[in-house]
Design a protein around this ligand. Structure first.
Ligand SMILES: NC(=O)c1ccc[n+]([C@@H]2O[C@H](COP(=O)([O-])OP(=O)(O)OC[C@H]3O[C@@H](n4cnc5c(N)ncnc54)[C@H](OP(=O)(O)O)[C@@H]3O)[C@@H](O)[C@H]2O)c1
Length: 329
């Protein structure tokens, strides 16, 4: 498995070139079989996919417990990343974005306990709290590093100016945001340019467009009744139909290369630079293996030109979230 380095110098973190997003094993993308989910994590580790992504709010809380159980006994093989800041109650109620220092400390201790580890390798601020100066949140995060509870720090869905302010308090190892053939915003809104200037790694979440870019979701009826994507703007009516045209153009290029559309979509993210690490999500061994094989897909300049034509910047219909108020803050 190819390895990539997020961040620079003393704050660098070496990870597998492709990570594994564990969110869908517990919430959002329909029902999951727990033993298949654990088997998927084990297969990932066996194949060298050692960079695992979770968050306290997935489940809520159950995803960290699941990941903790899966990595027990194999902790040293893993680069474990989790996140805080989207506060939820035990019953799942959303309590809002919280970046207050006392909450940061409490959230970290709770995550360590659920994961069953004494430190995490990468701890992200999941969403920026507009009511708390980011310097205060990052002051508390810096203390967690000093205490040895977390090794490296990251930030998710932050705007360039916020990334700079956080980086001035403690070096940011990784910025995590959505990046894929239907979300090329980081190329436009200076996020990619800013992290490159500062030497921060880029972790691309939802690199398969929440599954849409696989070309296998043909109608909203393909999703479970409780699937969160049923309320996602890009999966609604006219937007869905327009996005299907986009994905079918991508699928055509993939077919000519003899690979799955999802593999082409991942290969495209991997080709954006050695500082970019996609974390496709799956709860199935079968998809995991297919996604790992995307690392062997080589894209020529001509392939990249054709993909660019099929899925240009801004081509997707619909917003990335029903409510965009807490992203790119
Ligand atoms: N920082 C943030 O705010 C944020 C937001 C969203 C996600 N994330 C993180 O990023 C990770 C990845 O995001 P995501 O889960 O939305 O990723 P994604 O990889 O874009 O989409 C996952 C969906 O694609 C399906 N899929 C995966 N591989 C496939 C394949 N080869 N063929 C067909 N379908 C395939 C999965 O199906 P199955 O479910 O059936 O396996 C799942 O429904 C998450 O798990 C989470 O850790 C972070």
């Amino acid at each position: 498995m190819e390895r990539r380095t997020l961040g620079r110098g003393d704050h660098a973190l070496e990870v597998s070139a492709e990570g594994l997003g564990c969110m869908g094993m517990s919430e959002f993308y329909g029902t999951a079989d727990e033993s298949e989910a654990v088997a998927t994590i084990h297969r990932a580790l066996d194949l060298g996919v050692t960079f695992l992504d979770t968050a306290d709010m997935y489940g809520p809380f159950t995803n960290e417990r699941l990941v903790g159980r899966a990595v027990a006994g194999r902790r040293d093989e893993v680069q474990l990343a989790t996140k805080f800041g989207n506060e939820r109650a035990e019953d799942g109620t959303r309590l809002g974005v919280n970046g207050r220092p006392e909450y940061v400390r409490r959230a970290c201790d709770a995550s360590l306990q659920r994961l069953g580890v004494d430190h995490v390798d990468l701890y992200y601020q999941h969403r920026v709290d507009r009511t708390v100066p980011v310097e205060e949140t990052w002051g508390a995060l810096h203390e967690l590093v000093e205490a040895g509870k977390v090794r490296r720090l990251g930030i998710s869905e932050a705007a360039p100016a916020t990334i700079r302010r956080a980086h001035a308090v403690h070096p940011v190892t990784a910025l995590q945001t959505e990046y894929s053939l239907w979300t090329r915003d980081p190329e436009e809104n200076d996020v990619l340019a800013t992290v490159r200037e500062l030497g921060i790694g880029f972790v691309a979440y939802s690199p398969l467009g929440r599954g849409f870019l696989s070309g296998q979701i043909r109608t909203v009826e393909d999703l479970d009744p409780d699937d969160f994507r049923r309320n996602h703007p890009r999966f609604q009516g006219e937007a869905f139909a327009q996005n299907l045209v986009l994905v079918d153009r991508v699928r055509e290029v993939a077919q000519e290369k003899g690979v799955a559309a999802s593999q082409l979509a991942l290969a495209w993210v991997l080709a954006q630079g050695g500082d970019v690490v996609p974390i496709p999500g799956t709860k199935r061994v079968r998809w995991l293996e297919e996604n790992v094989a995307a690392l062997d897909v080589r894209l020529t300049d001509e392939d990249l030109r054709r993909i660019d034509e099929a899925a240009p910047v801004g081509a997707a219909a619909g917003q990335r979230y029903p409510d965009m108020s807490s992203v790119h803050v």
